[in-house]
Design a protein around this ligand. Structure first.
Ligand SMILES: NC(=O)c1ccc[n+]([C@@H]2O[C@H](COP(=O)([O-])OP(=O)(O)OC[C@H]3O[C@@H](n4cnc5c(N)ncnc54)[C@H](OP(=O)(O)O)[C@@H]3O)[C@@H](O)[C@H]2O)c1
Length: 277
C-alpha cells in the first residue's frame, strides 16, 4: 500500500528525524519548511536512501495566512489522499515577535496554521485507512491570551504553552467537530536536543540534560513507531508525553467554553470555517 506523510517543519529537528524514520518505514514523505537549502539536502538524502518513496519538498511560510491558504489549495488540487499529517513546525524565539498578519508569530505557526491544515486537509485524510494527525507540542499549561495576541507582552514560555493548550482542545474535540474517521493526537516528545535547545543559554542546556533530554533521532523513532502503529501503546489515548499515554487534563476535558472561543477566533482570523470539513 502506498502511504504518504506530510510533515510541517520536516526540514529540521524533530520533523527531520521523523521524516527519515517514516521514509524507512515505506512512506512517501512530503516535507514542508522555509529553508530551501536544508530542505533540498534532506530530500536528496531521502531519495538516495529510500528511492521507492515519492518524496517531495514544499517551501511555505506558515506564519502567513495567505501563503498557508495558497499552499493548502494547491496541495488539495494535486493530491487526492493523505495518510498522515504531522503538525510539527514551531518556533521558540528569545522574545515574542509579531507575524506578518500582526499576531504572536509563535501562535501563527504553532496553532493558526495547524487549525487551517486540520480543516482543509480533513477530506484528503478521511480517504485513508490510516487517517492520523499528530500535533507536536510541549506541556498543556495556562490559557490562550486572545486579547494580547496582537501585543504579546507575555513571556516566551506562555507563548509556546498557549499553542499547546489550543492544539489540545482541537485534538480532544476533533471527532465531535469533524464527525469523521480522522484521529488527532497530542504528542509531547519531552526535551529534544534540537536547535531550539542548542540556542538557549548554558543553564537551560545543562538543566535540559539533567531532565533527560533525548536526541532528535530518538524522538523521530518514537514518533514513527506511534504513527506506524507497530507498537503496543494505548491506541485509545489522544495525549502522549515521551511516548507514554496520558489522561486528558480535566480543564481540556471540560473545555467546551474554551473550545467555542478558540473556534470563533480561528474562523474569524483565518476565514477558514469548520463547515469546510
Ligand atoms: N525541542 C524540544 O525540546 C521540544 C519539546 C517539546 C515540543 N517541541 C515542539 O516540536 C516542534 C519542533 O521543534 P524542534 O525543536 O524540532 O524545532 P527546530 O529544530 O527549530 O525545527 C523547526 C522546524 O519548523 C520549521 N519552521 C519554522 N518556522 C517556520 C515557518 N514560518 N514556516 C514553515 N516552517 C517553519 C523549520 O523550517 P526550516 O528548517 O526550513 O527553517 C524547521 O523545519 C515545535 O513545534 C516545538 O514547539 C519541541
Amino acid at each position: 500500500m502506498e502511504k504518504t506523510a506530510l510533515i510541517t517543519g520536516g526540514t529540521d529537528g524533530i520533523g527531520r528525524a521523523t521524516a527519515i524514520e517514516l521514509s524507512k518505514r515505506g512512506y512517501s514523505v512530503h516535507l514542508l519548511g522555509i529553508n530551501e537549502r536544508r530542505g533540498n539536502q534532506l530530500l536528496d538524502h531521502l531519495n538516495l536512501l529510500y528511492p521507492d518513496g515519492d518524496h517531495r519538498l514544499f517551501i511555505t511560510d506558515l506564519s502567513k495566512k495567505k501563503e498557508v491558504n495558497n499552499f493548502l489549495d494547491s496541495y488539495i488540487r494535486e493530491f487526492k489522499k493523505l495518510d498522515v499529517l504531522v503538525l510539527n513546525a514551531g518556533i521558540f524565539p528569545k522574545k515574542t515577535i509579531l507575524s506578518y498578519d500582526g499576531i504572536d508569530k509563535s501562535f501563527s505557526i504553532g496553532f493558526v496554521s495547524r487549525y487551517m491544515f486540520s480543516v482543509k486537509l480533513n477530506r484528503l485524510l478521511s480517504r485513508s485507512s490510516i487517517a492520523k494527525v499528530v500535533h507536536i507540542n510541549g506541556s498543556v499549561v495556562g490559557s490562550i491570551r486572545y486579547t494580547q495576541l496582537e501585543v504579546p507582552t507575555y513571556g516566551k514560555m506562555t507563548s509556546v504553552w498557549q499553542n499547546s493548550v489550543a492544539s489540545a482542545l482541537l485534538v480532544n474535540y476533533w471527532d465531535r467537530l469533524s464527525g469523521g474517521n480522522v484521529t488527532h493526537t497530542h504528542w509531547n516528545p519531552g526535551i529534544v536536543n534540537t536547535d531550539t535547545v542548542k540556542s538557549q543559554g548554558i543553564v537551560v542546556r545543562y538543566l535540559s540534560k539533567l531532565m533527560g533530554m533525548i536526541e532528535p533521532e530518538r524522538a523521530g523513532e518514537m514518533l514513527a513507531i506511534h504513527i506506524d502503529g507497530n507498537n503496543s501503546s494505548d491506541t485509545t489515548s489522544k495525549f502522549f508525553v515521551k511516548g507514554r499515554p496520558q489522561k486528558v487534563k480535566k480543564r481540556i476535558e471540560n473545555g467546551d467554553k474554551e473550545l467555542n472561543e478558540l473556534i470563533d477566533f480561528s474562523e474569524q482570523f483565518t476565514r477558514v470555517k469548520l463547515s469546510q470539513i
